[in-house]
Design a protein around this ligand. Structure first.
Ligand SMILES: Cc1ncc(COP(=O)(O)O)c(C=O)c1O
Length: 446
């Protein structure tokens, strides 16, 4: 595949953008392809190469690259009225009403401009509401580029910064625990419970290999936070309007948090974040409450229109049936391929999310496995081998995934996310034929 133009563009980019990119995950080695345009389930690069896209903008593009006609014309019509005003518009009320109608935890929403801003604001809100400073997060969980969660450290102990530029004092207010480890959570609360403002957790680890919760874990998060007067915040930036359809992962798993953060799909492909939850908590935000939060671009009319029309389209068409069905076909097909070629590997994902984790060990017994991706079924012979936490995924063959497998898929025209950790997504534009072609490519590359 000739990628000469991308190579030259990257050469230029390296002189003016740090690492040649505006978000580090894009700096794949030796250099990324530069996208010229999207086309349905595909992207076409600067050299004219076409790739079947499972990055889908890292999650926002539920409908694929060609927005359906009603969505497209609503956005264009909105744009022709001028980009933004700094005064309220009807469409932000409509999108808030839509979210509140469908997502169990949400009575009120504050729209912001990125998932990061959503989690920053949710943590500030939880701290303001409870008058406590500490937060508990999952090791390996990702909540954007924010000071309170870019941390590392031992389970249950105050953390250290995992990035330059973060004061140690800041990170000490964060307590990491392993995902799916009930005992570690209870221990952390035993020691720090009175000081914990919230547990901030994704219902499924979506940036760390895709790890499904074990049965009862999300319920335990709910129970322990209730017992200690802390808030439960679900970060649904990835899972929101992706897992469980319009009710989001909290509806699918039947666990209602106090606050939820959103991003990605709720903006229909435009920059967005949101914090939703019970009115008495969300009203602690300014101007009704003492927790300051503001933004020039927040509730941007074009973004609000794209989000609302995308979600309306999903509500009125077979979007979730389609993407979930293809997601299941992919995971089933991958389970068969992996059983044949690399039985130690784990197929993970749910709904329209999928990933093959290059785990190093598996059971000798191949019967009775989860058939369409690991759901942490305790009766599955793979149960003890499937990653339960971020650290388990770290122990997988992450280098093999990134340096050999991903480039081999790219050479076959399949664009996967940059590394072992990031989830992959099916869109409404993908077809059964795409799934078949993808499975053939996996057969070849694994
Ligand atoms: C779960 C989760 N939270 C927060 C974020 C940050 O969102 P953004 O990149 O829009 O700032 C991400 C981004 O991938 C995410 O996956």
């Amino acid at each position: 595949m000739n990628r000469e133009r991308s190579r030259n563009l990257y050469d230029r980019a390296l002189s003016v953008l740090p690492g040649g990119v505006n978000s580090p995950v894009r700096a794949v080695r030796p250099y990324p392809f530069f996208v010229k345009r999207g086309d349905g389930a595909h992207v076409i690069d600067a050299d004219g190469n076409r790739y079947l896209d499972y990055a889908m903008g890292y999650g926002p593009l539920l409908l694929g690259h060609d927005l359906p006609q009603p969505v497209q014309s609503a956005i264009q019509s909105r744009l022709s009225d001028g980009p933004m005003y700094g005064a309220p518009t009807e469409v932000e009320v409509e999108l808030a009403e839509f979210v509140a109608r469908h997502v169990p935890s949400v009575e009120m929403v504050r729209f912001v401009n990125s998932g990061t801003e959503a989690t920053v604001s949710a943590v500030r809100l939880a701290r303001g509401y409870t008058d406590r400073d500490k937060i508990v997060v999952m090791q390996g969980g990702y909540h954007g580029a924010q000071e309170s969660t870019l941390v590392q450290g031992e389970s249950g102990r105050p953390a250290e910064p995992s990035s330059g530029g973060i004061p140690a004092a800041f990170a000490r207010e964060t307590i990491p625990v392993p995902f799916n480890d009930e005992e570690a959570l209870r221990d952390a609360f035993e020691e720090h419970g009175e000081d914990v403002a919230c547990v901030l957790a994704e219902p499924i680890l979506g940036n760390h290999g895709v790890v499904h919760p074990v049965e009862g874990y999300l319920e335990t998060l709910r129970e322990v936070t209730d017992e200690h007067g802390s808030l439960l915040v679900f970060d649904e930036v990835i899972t929101g309007f992706r897992v469980g359809g319009l009710q989001c992962a909290q509806g699918k798993f039947g666990v209602t948090p106090d606050l939820t953060t959103f991003g990605k799909i709720v903006g229909g492909g435009f920059p967005i974040g949101a914090v939703g939850g019970r009115a008495e908590i969300v009203e602690q935000f300014a101007p009704t409450g003492p927790v300051f939060q503001a933004g020039t671009f927040s509730g941007h009319p074009v973004t609000m229109t794209a989000g609302l029309e995308t979600l309306r389209f999903a509500a009125e068409n077979d979007v979730y049936d389609h993407v979930d069905d293809l997601g299941e076909r992919l995971r089933r097909g991958l389970t068969d391929i992996v059983a044949d070629r690399a039985p130690e590997y784990t197929v993970a994902g749910t709904d329209s999310i999928f990933k093959v984790i290059f785990t190093r060990e598996g059971p000798s017994d191949r019967e009775g496995h989860c058939e369409a991706g690991c759901t942490q079924d305790a009766n599955c012979p793979r149960f003890d081998y499937c990653p339960k936490s971020g650290a388990d995924v770290d122990r997988a063959e992450t280098e093999r995934w990134e340096r050999l497998f991903r480039p081999a898929m790219l050479d076959q025209g399949v664009f996967l996310t940059a590394n072992q950790f990031e989830a992959q997504f099916v869109s409404y534009a993908h077809t059964e034929e795409d799934v078949e072609a993808t499975l053939e490519a996996y057969k070849e590359a694994l």
